[in-house]
Ligand binder design. Sequence first.
Ligand SMILES: [Zn+2]
Length: 242
Amino acid sequence: MTRVFKMIGTGSSDSSTMFNTNAAVMNDTKAFLIDCGLTVKSALNECGIGFDNISGIFISHVHGDHVFGLERVGYEYLFRLKTKVPLYIKADIYHELWDQTLKGSMGRIGEGEATLEDFFDVRIIQDNRFTHEGIHYEVFPVRHTPGKPCFGVCINDKILYTADTLTIPDILNAYRYTYCFHDVSLQEGNPVHANLSALMEYPQAVKQKIYLMSYSDDWKEYEHIVSEHFAGFAEQGKSVEL
Ligand SMILES: [Zn+2]
């Protein structure tokens, strides 16, 4: 069985040429999603996975480019495909995700009042780890918007996916991984994403393992400097065998 980590989108939230930064862990034809942004349906269809092949979802944090696709998945899987997708979240984001975000559009259905559990097989992540279809996930808090929980994930000791964050040198030191997919802001001065200059401060050996993601439409202007210091930009469709 081939298991592959694949970027299904790599754009920043305001990108108009790339899909939202979301990934998929492929187990044969089934996709376990790492985040589920607004563009998830088009992204899955365009990269050949197909929207109907989602086997589960992990959510890093509650921003539209990471969760706004949940409405589509919730409705279509419940009513059209007659199933509930396993949804892995930390308890820290439950209230933000349902009460403050999804409930407004999903809280009432034809049958009456609905809950997050009516749409998804909700699995609260205990002890910062879970296993899904034989793949092991280790979850850790990162540093994104102050006061807002956000979690990265290390997959099978092979892929470290930072989600949205400032630089996290302590975490990059603490985990075992072959490749790191790291948030970047190519424009300096961003208070909640890792600026390129801050990423340059990582040790050389770490930078060599980093593919940058969540970047803006002008990324090609930075390709020379990124390819010189990092593994490169994670382009849409970029895959690594697990
Ligand atoms: Zn974010």
